[in-house]
Design a protein around this ligand. Structure first.
Ligand code: HEM
Length: 752
């Protein structure tokens, strides 16, 4: 029996092979050349040569071997890899009429090309046209409204969380993006955890190295009970739909005023007012969009939520990686931040004035592209390029990893060097600096008719989010930690059993402590809050440093309170009592100023418990290795190498490169040495394996650069929280207890 099966498999494989050969020969006229590439094995092609981790490095290596455009057979499908920007533009942009389709993704329950669910994965059909129009409208409108101020708002919570639990920096950054995106999509940050999970699960579903159904498509034709990947996908798909429909219905209820003052849903009336959002735009002008159903609108908005939720967090984490591994550039960024912003946090309006911050972000996107393999296009008819045949149905990959490592454009391409965007001696430099470098209009966001719709949101989130992080913190690898212990601070490091209160703080001045007011204030706390402080007394005690009273000069609240919007009843602004990050929400008090001050002090104290302070406000400086800032910033810039990288000078276009004719002697590989591939043990190369490459968590030190800024953040956090802005994330499935839900809806297992 086994023998018969083996013979059957061999016959089937041989038939496919012969059919492939005949097919290829019949379609290729004699004068047309075939693109080079690895030969691979019959049937499976080169699948077995791909590593599980960082597969883009293999494609990059093949690019160096076979040239800037080559083809690979992967399980019977022809994949074409493009490693130079010019070729990607020639094909995907200039010939976008035939290069703008998307390949089929087997692991999804519904056909990604026609289902109308995910704009980035659709074929170029009617649904794609109307959803792309809709996407442009919602992006343009929200951009004009400065994306409703959500990045600035959530960056306060981001900084507060980073001060509170620096070790969870990756969660804080992902939450920042998910909250901003949830607000944009539905006007509320409460679904942010669910959105993150929806994004992770979809990412698994669409990644070639993710769901098993993409590696073994036949599994998707079996019944769910026999194929667990199919059951996983069915649940993912049901949960996603339910989530999008629930959010759509809630926004509709908000608009209709039905959800106002319903404490079980949103405890704070101020927070329950309908906020601006993409869903609101959809619902208010439904007819304008011409969608087939409300469900299409639910997906059109939800998909944008998902697209934003994980992509932007990846470069935020790569930014930390870069700053730690290339510390010599940090002072340059801090100099710009201190000069332009001083003691206020950045806003989107600061873009023009801050080319250094933009350069740091752009360079991070280049150095560690969030989508290193690019998002593939599919060619719908046979084509020719520079004498080479590209068959219809080929899956075209603009290989971002290689495109952003073209040694003719990027000197020393593997080095993170933001100066390449700021100094005229680099080929990438462009005037005027008030505009360039941009964060958008970059190969990282794709080509032609399928370019990313979320570039502007990405720009706002990264600029405000990372600008805020660098405004408050400096970063260093653990072994590079500078001495941060301040004798005075150390001497004061005894912490009372209870939280620091305003009166105690003031007592560091002339007047003696007013203990009665102190204890009254403590007694004014709700039972929940008192319990919190009691339970956390030990933790609070363990803090490594605390502010001295003189330093904690808390100004009265007033001028910085955000204005009350037209449709908000200011008397309705009541603080809520809920626990989030282990920190109490301030209770309502007749004396709000006092309550705010008290809670600012305790919030700040709790928040900064695990952080280190730098001795002075300037950035890290170590002898020798790091450039100190001088009055002439140019003189302080680190000197990049004047000679190009050790990589070979490679042809930038196909004109000077002809793979088919090449002999061993004139092949690019034999002309010069191949650039060494990055070491896979390199700590900066530790990435998740899915389509979006996110650095895995790593150890580093976050140091507060300036006390006054930390105080400002804590104060803003308290104020905004009292206004009901920082609602905690909601649990959608499982009756409020957990996220697993039941067999029908809930969270599936995820990895990476
Ligand atoms: C760092 C952040 C991001 C990166 C690197 C990125 C990258 C990309 C890439 C490479 C594509 C495919 C382009 C092509 O096929 O040529 C794409 C498409 C798309 N992106 Fe983004 N993206 C990011 C953030 C976002 C955000 C925040 C949103 C929305 C809120 C978004 C929405 C979309 C949409 C709707 C498409 C599909 C366009 C189409 O197929 O017609 N992206 N993105």
């Amino acid at each position: 029996m086994a023998c018969i099966t083996l013979i059957a498999v061999i016959i089937a494989a041989a038939t496919i092979l012969i059919a492939e050969r005949i097919h290829a020969r019949r379609r290729l006229p004699g004068y047309v050349k075939k693109l080079p590439g690895p030969r691979g094995l019959p049937v499976i092609g080169s699948v077995h040569e791909l590593p599980e981790k960082n597969s883009w490095l293999k494609f990059h290596e093949w690019g160096q071997k076979y040239g800037p455009i080559y083809q690979v057979n992967l399980a019977g499908t022809n994949h074409i890899w493009i490693t130079r920007d010019k070729i990607a533009r020639d094909l995907l942009t200039k010939r976008s009429a035939i290069y703008s389709d998307r390949p089929f993704i087997p692991a999804l329950e519904q056909d990604n090309r026609t289902s109308g669910q995910y704009l980035p994965l659709m074929s170029r059909n009617e649904k794609w046209i109307r959803q792309r129009k809709f996407a442009k409208q919602i992006m343009d409108t929200s951009e004009k409204a400065s994306f409703y101020g959500y990045p600035e708002l959530e960056s306060v919570r981001l900084l507060f969380e980073l001060m509170s639990e620096p070790a969870k920096y990756n969660i804080a950054m992902e939450s920042f993006i998910a909250r901003v995106t949830s607000r944009l999509a539905w006007g509320t940050p409460t679904p942010s955890d669910e959105l993150k999970q929806r994004a992770r699960e979809l990412l698994i579903g669409v990644s070639p190295g993710g769901a098993l159904g993409n590696k073994l498509p036949f599994l998707m034709s079996l019944p769910e009970r026999l194929a667990s990947p199919k059951a996983w996908e069915a649940r993912r798909s049901r949960t996603e739909r339910k989530f999008f429909e629930t959010m759509q219905a809630e926004v509709q209820e908000d608009i209709d005023g039905k959800r106002r003052n319903t404490p079980s849903v949103l405890p704070n009336p101020a927070a329950s007012r309908p906020k601006q959002s993409w869903m609101r735009m959809f619902l208010e002008k439904k007819k304008l969009w011409g969608f087939g159903s409300d469900l299409e609108g639910a997906f059109a908005v939800g998909m944008h939520g998902i697209a934003g939720a994980l992509t932007i967090a990846a470069p935020m984490q790569s930014f930390c990686l870069a700053l730690c591994h290339y510390p010599q550039y940090q002072p340059i960024l801090h100099e710009e931040i201190d000069r332009v912003l001083g003691d206020r946090m950045p806003t989107f309006d600061d873009m023009e004035e801050m080319p250094v911050l933009r350069a740091f972000i752009r360079e991070t996107l280049r150095w560690r592209p969030p989508v290193p393999t690019g998002i593939p296009h599919e060619l719908i008819q046979d084509d020719m390029y520079e004498g080479y045949h590209i068959p219809a149905g080929s899956v075209m990959h603009p290989l971002e990893w290689s495109i952003s490592r073209d040694p003719e454009v990027f000197l020393e391409p593997d080095e993170w060097n933001p100066m390449r965007w700021l100094e005229a001696r680099y080929p990438t430099y462009q005037e005027p600096l008030s505009k360039y470098p941009t964060i958008t209009q970059y190969s990282q966001f794709g080509y032609g008719r399928r370019t990313c719709q979320g570039m502007a949101v990405t720009e706002a989130d990264l600029f405000v989010g990372l600008g805020s992080v660098a405004w408050l913190f400096s970063m260093a690898k653990p072994e590079m930690e500078v001495s941060v212990a301040d004798d005075e601070v150390e001497a004061n490091a005894t912490v009372p059993d209870e939280p620091i209160m305003r009166d105690e703080v003031e007592s560091n001045g002339e007047s003696p402590p007013n203990l009665s007011r102190y204890s009254n204030a403590f007694m004014n706390l709700s039972a929940d809050e008192r319990a919190f402080f009691e339970q956390n007394a030990e933790r609070i005690k363990r803090q490594s440093w605390r502010y001295s009273g003189a330093a904690l000069n808390i100004p009265a609240v007033g001028s910085e309170t955000p204005p009350v919007s037209d449709n908000e009843d200011s008397s309705a602004r009541k603080p809520t009592v809920a626990f989030d990050h282990g920190l109490p929400t301030p209770p309502a008090s007749p004396d709000e100023d006092e309550t705010r001050s008290i809670h600012t002090a305790s919030a700040l104290k709790l928040a900064t418990g695990r952080l280190k302070m730098q001795r002075n406000d300037s950035a890290i400086s170590l002898p020798g290795e790091f450039p100190g800032l001088t009055t002439d910033p140019a003189a302080a810039l680190p000197s990049p190498p004047l000679t190009p990288a050790k990589v070979p000078s490679k042809p930038s276009s196909l004109r000077s490169w002809s793979p088919q004719k090449s002999t061993k002697a004139d092949h690019p590989r034999s002309q010069s040495k191949i650039a060494p591939l990055p070491d896979v043990d390199d700590p900066t190369m530790n990435f998740s394996t899915l389509l979006i490459a996110k650095p895995l968590p790593f150890d580093f030190n976050l140091c507060i650069r300036n006390k006054a800024r930390a105080e400002l953040v804590a104060r803003k956090w308290v104020e905004l929280r009292m206004q009901g802005e920082f609602e905690a994330s909601r649990v959608f499935w499982g009756g409020g207890k957990d996220t697993k839900g039941n067999a029908e809806f809930g969270w599936g297992e995820v990895f990476a």
